[in-house]
Design a protein around this ligand. Structure first.
Ligand SMILES: [Zn+2]
Length: 238
């Protein structure tokens, strides 16, 4: 493999393909969660207004399943870049699981929210949350019931931290997209934004994504194999 130059500002976008090998169900694959549930019922503000308990049950099931999953070699490799690379490294994840932080990533942006966080619609407080949520759950901050919701970004809602992400993309000299389908905006547009600002762009995915042609370089295969190998190559360019 070609020797890398040294990169000062690395932005890493991750998606469902990264966590799939940890056993986290994906949403958009052929047998994914959206083949079994209608997203309009369980992942929109309108669905929550119509039947909040159904939405709570859906996320309670995901939260319980999450207790049994562990970060894989790809998560661990990405935490290693942050620890061992002298430049800035930020991970922007579309995943709502907590596997990046479990692997040791610190400079981490959850653009689609977090499964293990609850948000109070009454007062805006966020609480770390590992238990079930329900319509009777009271907010620890304001005491109100009925307003607690999963702290995840639903269809039709604005992703979190878009300003911070735009700043990171503008400064990036290396942009990696890992395990993401390339057809969900705004994340699918990040590669074009990073390229505009002069970043080298690399896709690491099981197979060529819908956006593969936007990348300067592409590596295809299981994340647990290609991500650690790529990180090794990156860190050897010091
Ligand atoms: Zn509250």
């Amino acid at each position: 493999m070609a020797q890398f130059q040294y990169f000062q500002h690395i932005v890493i976008l991750t998606g469902a393909g990264l966590s799939a090998e940890s056993g986290v169900s994906t949403f958009r694959d052929k047998d994914g969660i959206w083949s079994k549930y209608d997203y309009r019922d369980v992942a929109t503000p309108q669905g929550f207004a119509r039947n909040p308990q159904l939405v709570h049950d859906f996320y309670n099931e995901r939260r319980r399943a999450h207790a049994g999953v562990k970060p894989n070699a790809a998560h661990v490799a990405l935490a290693r870049i942050e620890r061992e690379h002298a430049g800035d490294v930020v991970v922007v994840t579309q995943n709502i699981d907590a596997l990046h932080e479990a692997a040791g990533s610190i400079n981490l942006i959850h653009m689609h929210g977090e499964l293990l966080s609850a948000l109070c619609a009454a007062c805006g407080a966020r609480h770390a949350w590992e238990e079930d949520l329900g319509v009777e759950t009271a907010c620890i901050a304001c005491g109100k019931t009925g307003g607690m919701r999963p702290d995840v970004v639903w269809f039709g809602e604005m992703p979190y931290h878009m300003e911070r992400i735009a700043e990171a993309l503008a400064a990036a000299d290396l942009f990696l997209s890992i395990g993401t389908s390339g057809n969900v905006y705004p994340a699918a547009g990040f590669v074009a934004e990073a390229r505009t600002h002069g970043a080298h762009t690399v896709e690491l995915n099981l197979e060529p994504s819908d956006g593969a042609s936007f990348f300067a370089e592409a590596i295809h295969g299981p994340a647990t194999q290609i991500v650690p190998a790529f990180v090794e190559r990156l860190l050897s360019a010091r």
